[in-house]
Design a protein around this ligand. Structure first.
Ligand code: G6P
Length: 373
């Protein structure tokens, strides 16, 4: 590889630590005086975004999880309907396409076969339905950028570790800019709200940096995982897709079976799995779902489960027997929270894999870019 490892043992570790810079690079030139520039998405973006009635996001793997987070943002922050689906399902199921849909593909590589096929398929009805296509992609001159009307390039830099980290973070930054710019152009949010969002994004590199500073604590926690066969990740709201991403990272590189559940669904099945052998990881930012999450944690505790809770400065979940609380961040906002809370989960997967001695950057059976079906 032409990209140097420097002091890092693995590309994945290097890429996790590059995230503050990747965010800076992705924001660079996309904001002017606290306003998001529509032209960051292409010169026709402004006229297209004004007409969008709903958003359909298509992606695979980690990129799909970025899409899932943004669904909460689109509907909650700007009230625009948003659907998210994995490409391999969407392309084979004759989906109903609504008029004035913005069809968004998200991809690190720009070459994922299923995502590309879904895009090619939608283009056949694009004129008739007034559908526009946008790709959020990390590779310029890739198949997805060539085939889309609009492109937003995430400036994560080359990502070599098969398990995606910094690309995901910059995809979320891109999606937050998209939500903000559409919201603004359609007068769904005020200028003041836009400014608040932009200021939050500008704080993100520092927030990620402070989450990274907790590496030693996470390393200690990882020691309790190496002999486990299963793990359960819990979250609510945007933390549910972040839990999915945390579980995916853990399975990809440590080969421990991991599952994510929306915490409210616990009682509909996974509670039956809880005993002292299955670690439960919960993500607990201070928000209006925290009290609900806390009672879910008590349900786990009552069954003898061992919990690790990642919280922020204001959550105050409180450590007790069987419940280990780690404060990994200061108080974070609706957009910055999922991006920041993802960081300790990346570090957790990395350190568990390190203890297990797996091939972190090249996990068995997986490819960085899946260009055949
Ligand atoms: C593979 C990679 C994942 C990635 C997914 C989608 O499975 O191992 O890390 O998230 O493909 O790739 P894309 O390049 O489309 O984001």
């Amino acid at each position: 590889h032409s990209v140097e490892l420097g002091d890092h043992r693995h590309y994945m570790h290097k890429e996790i630590f590059e995230q503050p810079q990747a965010v800076i690079d992705t924001l660079e030139g996309r904001i002017s005086q606290e306003h998001v520039l529509p032209s960051a998405f292409g010169y026709q973006a402004e006229s297209i975004f004004k007409e969008v009635k709903q958003v359909q996001i298509i992606a695979c793997g980690t990129s799909y999880h970025a899409g899932l987070v943004s669904k909460y943002w689109f509907e909650d922050i700007i009230g625009l309907p948003c659907s998210v689906e994995v490409a391999s399902e969407y392309r084979y199921r004759n989906p109903v396409v609504q008029d004035n849909t913005l069809f968004v593909t998200i991809s690190q590589s720009g070459e994922t076969a299923d995502t590309l096929a879904a895009l090619q398929q939608i283009k056949q009805v694009a004129n008739e339905k007034n559908v526009s296509t946008l790709t959020i992609c990390n590779v310029p001159e890739s198949s997805l950028t060539r085939e889309s009307d609009l492109t937003f390039l995430t400036h994560a830099g080359p990502e070599i570790g098969v398990a995606s980290t910094k690309a995901f973070t910059t995809q979320l930054v891109a999606l937050s800019l998209l939500v903000t710019v559409i919201g603004k152009l359609q007068k769904r949010i005020s200028e003041r709200r836009e400014t608040i969002i932009v200021k939050g994004l500008q704080k993100l590199p520092g927030l990620i940096q402070s989450a990274l500073a907790h590496e030693e604590v996470v390393k200690e926690i990882a020691k309790n995982f190496s002999d486990k066969d299963n793990a359960l990740f819990l979250g609510r709201g945007t933390m549910y897709p972040i839990a999915m991403e945390g579980a995916l990272k853990l399975k990809e590189i440590s080969y421990i079976h991991a599952e994510a559940y929306p915490a409210g669904e616990l009682k509909h099945g996974p509670l039956a799995l809880i005993d002292e052998n299955i670690p439960v990881i919960a993500i607990a930012p201070h928000n209006d779902l925290l009290e609900k999450l806390k009672s879910n944690l008590q349900e786990v505790k009552a069954r003898g489960g061992q919990m690790i809770v990642f919280e922020d400065e204001q959550s105050n979940v409180g450590s007790e027997d069987g419940l280990h609380v780690v404060k990994t961040t200061t108080n974070v906002g609706r957009i910055t929270a999922p991006i920041t809370f993802n960081v300790p989960l990346q570090l957790l997967a990395y350190h568990v894999a390190l203890i297990k001695g797996t091939d972190v950057d090249q996990p068995r059976n997986l490819a960085k870019s899946v260009t055949v079906e």
